[in-house]
Design a protein around this ligand. Sequence first.
Ligand SMILES: C[S@@+](CC[C@H](N)C(=O)[O-])C[C@H]1O[C@@H](n2cnc3c(N)ncnc32)[C@H](O)[C@@H]1O
Length: 251
Amino acid sequence: MQIDVFTLFPEMFPGLLGMSVVGRALERGVISLAIHNLRDYCTDRHRVTDDVPFGGGGGMVMKPEPIFAAVESAMGAAPDRAPVALLSPQGRVFDHSVALEYAGHERFGLICGHYEGVDERVREHLVSDELSLGDFVLTGGEPAAMVIIDAVCRLQPGALGDPGAAADDSFAHGLLEFPQYTRPRSFREHEVPEVLLSGNHAEIARWRRQECLRRTLSRRPELLDAADLTEQDRRVVKELRAEARAHCGQA
Ligand SMILES: C[S@@+](CC[C@H](N)C(=O)[O-])C[C@H]1O[C@@H](n2cnc3c(N)ncnc32)[C@H](O)[C@@H]1O
């Protein structure tokens, strides 16, 4: 998979993407990053990439010409071009399903805005998507691009040391993951649940599924509506709800 990043701050990359799992995936060629400096696509002597907004107001707006030139030169012309997303707090929110969608592309591009953002014609006539990390405003799109690249990279075959590691992660089956413990068995008199020490794989799997449901019900109950639940799961959720009601009644 190749990911093209368009930025005014190429020196920010690979940054944290050069380390740990993504760093190793880059070294092994599981993904490759092409970082394009938007300033290299300016045609004026001073390589100006931003200007004041029409209509007045504070801040600077990124000019459309270098962004169009960079994307078209690196990735070709629409409609044959791979998907290109503009990072924006106004885009669709990036979640696990969007990560899976992008993990299915052989190549995609990310445009990092800065200052007041980018000229609207980039959104209207250049990109195929707009992605947001959530309802807050970052200084620039670069940290958002890194988060998206990290999440997409770990879904690539060969990115994780243990190929099955992502299968139980939160959201992979529409639920939050069960609690994890490691050694020591007893820490400051806080014990690891007995079932995890039992060696009984069926019991462990049953306990983990129940804890996934318990955790999702208490923290993100709305996820249960869309999750693919078995009859047994539904029974457990009913019991957990009754347990929670009884607990509230006691309090
Ligand atoms: C200061 S922000 C511009 C915000 C813009 N004036 C607005 O109110 O919608 C600068 C750049 O940071 C990036 N950015 C900010 N918040 C983001 C978010 N939640 N998700 C993704 N990118 C974001 C975008 O690339 C944006 O163009």
